[in-house]
Write a protein that binds this ligand. Structure first.
Ligand code: C5P
Length: 297
């Protein structure tokens, strides 16, 4: 018997970052939008825990117990006093170490799939609690749609979205480590007063209206200077997207994937074509959102 769960990637349309907290995490006002690029996690009963992965970036995915999918299976099994005796297969389409919550997607997917396979009957609250234990972005991978994440990003308030937003994503030639980007944020901000992170009212209104121009005027990412400092070539990709007519350009989360907002699907294809021709990135994809979170298929 096996269960397959499909989980979307995310883009942060706003990522406001506060000062480092005593626990090392940063307070965030993090506006997530789930977009239609997906990983699929299939869980099959087996003699012992095993992970396999296929897809363009599969070679970069750890196949040991550090993989968030394995950790999700182990945490759920631990809570229900059983063995995590499953084969986890990840069909990976979300870029690895790209700032699009690919690892978080696999954690949320494995959790939902194991829960269904084992029939644990865990409540939604309990699953969200385990997601928060696994990582700051994992609860959003379960919930999907659009949400404001506060705390370290794990406390979610779901948001209304009045339309579909069309995006282009440019994958970079290498990954960026999220902790390294936050450390660079701290280094760049040394000696400066870092304000409390707050969600932008104008941005939430733009999402609620489904207004791409208004959203373009309000997107922001406080980690972008840190990502650019560690990966200066990303500025060329952003410039190529801007020149191609993207309404807004930004680094997705901690990067290095760059995100480009278009007015419609046609506009997204035009920006995607120009980015492919620019030679400033490894691969280009289009995707729209919001889309639902982790779903059993
Ligand atoms: O929560 P998660 O495991 O995804 O976080 C990965 C790393 O990113 C953390 O160890 C921390 O260095 C950094 N981080 C942070 N503040 C957050 C979220 C993540 O500093 N709110």
């Amino acid at each position: 018997m096996s269960v397959t769960v499909r989980v979307p990637a995310k883009v942060n349309v706003q990522l406001a970052v506060g000062a480092a907290r005593p626990d090392g995490f940063h307070g965030l006002a993090n506006v997530f939008l789930a977009v239609g690029l997906y990983d699929e996690v299939t869980v099959t009963a087996a003699d012992e825990l095993r992970i396999t992965c296929t897809g363009p970036d599969a070679g970069q995915v750890p196949l040991d117990r550090t993989n968030l999918a394995a950790r999700a299976a182990l945490v759920l099994a631990g809570r229900y006093g059983r063995e995590a005796d499953v084969h986890l297969h990840i069909a990976k389409d979300i870029p690895v170490a790209g700032g699009m919550a690919g690892g978080s997607a696999d954690g949320a997917g494995a959790l939902l799939a194991c829960d269904a396979l084992w029939g644990t009957g865990a409540s939604r609250e309990e699953l969200l609690d385990i997601c928060a234990e696994l990582g700051s972005d994992v609860p959003f991978s379960l919930v999907g749609g659009a949400a404001l994440g506060t705390g370290r990003g794990e406390q979610l308030t779901e948001l209304e979205v009045g339309g579909t937003f069309h995006w282009v994503f440019a994958m970079a030639s290498r990954g960026l480590s999220t902790p390294a980007v936050f450390r660079e944020f701290d280094r760049l901000g040394e000696g400066r007063d870092i304000p409390e992170p707050v969600a932008s009212r104008d941005l939430l209104d733009a999402l609620a209206k489904g207004d791409a121009d208004a959203l373009a005027a309000t997107v922001s990412n406080d980690l972008q200077p840190a990502a650019l400092s560690l990966f200066p070539e990303l500025a060329d990709t952003l410039a190529a997207g801007r020149a191609a007519g993207a309404l807004a350009t930004l680094v997705s989360g901690s990067g290095p994937t760059t995100a480009f907002l278009a007015r419609d699907a046609e506009g997204a294809e035009a920006v995607a074509g120009a980015l492919r021709a620019s030679g400033t990135c490894r691969a280009v994809r289009t995707a729209s959102g919001p889309v639902p979170g982790a779903t059993v298929v």
